[in-house]
Design a protein around this ligand. Structure first.
Ligand SMILES: [Zn+2]
Length: 251
């Protein structure tokens, strides 16, 4: 197979050996490993020249044209020739298809971008790319983890409370008095930034809660201490409905 087909296929670490039709309207692409590091033992790093056997796997790949395409990767299983190495043999792996993976990296990136950037649902992206829901979700998590960096520490920490549901009366047993439960979600928000929180740590809370007291961390402001909120409405008092609104002005 001429080199142009490998360039056209474009999966790093393999070359196209041949392409054939499957008789059902699809195509089968047979590929072989060309990654120079694929014959190094993952345990000890020793480069092997002793082939134990050949195995064929069928990794899922991105769609390629309008008819289905299947990738068959024929790869070697090597013997590790290092006497002290606990691993007797190992199978070739490439960067696009690490050990244990059955999808190509470019397919996982495409699914991750479809969910994380294009806001497509996990189920729809899974169906469109021919993978299961857990595989698509794992690709999205992998995509998000690569983008979400740890935010810088804040200098002004705010507390944001949002009513969650309606107040209700509950009691643990008939012998106990009724007590009112007024559920709020309390979150910590970064008020040093002008555009939304860098990180919000939420936790369900009943009635009136307070943030961290004292300490030497960032300055902590309550909602009523932030410019723009209503005066005279402390956390210990009844408050106006505050659903979904966040204090945006740093003091
Ligand atoms: Zn080894």
């Amino acid at each position: 197979m001429e080199h142009g087909t490998t360039i056209l296929f474009g999966l790093l670490g393999v070359r196209v050996a041949r392409v054939e039709e499957d008789g059902l309207g699809g195509r089968v692409v047979h590929v072989e490993t060309v990654d120079a590091s694929a014959d190094g033992c993952p345990s000890c790093g020793t480069v092997s020249r002793s082939v134990k056997e050949y195995v064929t796997m069928r990794p899922r790949d991105v769609p390629y044209g309008e008819t289905p395409i299947a990738v068959l990767w024929r790869k070697r299983r090597w013997r590790c020739v290092e006497p002290l190495c606990p691993r007797g043999s190992f199978t070739e792996a490439i960067g696009e298809i690490p050990p244990g993976r059955r999808t190509t990296g470019r397919l996982r990136r495409a699914i991750g971008a479809a969910v994380g950037d294009a806001c497509r649902s996990v189920a729809e992206a899974a169906s469109a790319h021919g993978v299961s829901w857990p595989t698509a979700h794992a690709a999205f998590v992998e995509h998000a983890d690569a983008l979400l960096a740890e935010p810088e520490p804040t200098t002004v920490l705010g507390i944001d409370e949002t009513r969650r549901g309606k107040p209700r009366w509950v009691r643990d047993s008939e012998a106990e008095p009724w007590r009112r439960v007024d559920p709020y979600d309390t979150g910590f928000v970064d008020l040093a930034r002008r555009s939304g929180p860098a990180r919000t740590t939420r936790g369900p809370q009943q009635r009136h809660g307070h943030g961290p007291a004292g300490g030497t961390g960032p300055r902590v402001l309550r909602g009523d201490q932030v410019r723009g909120d209503r005066p005279g409405r402390g956390l210990g008092q009844s408050r106006p409905r505050h659903e979904g609104r966040r204090d945006t002005a740093a003091a």
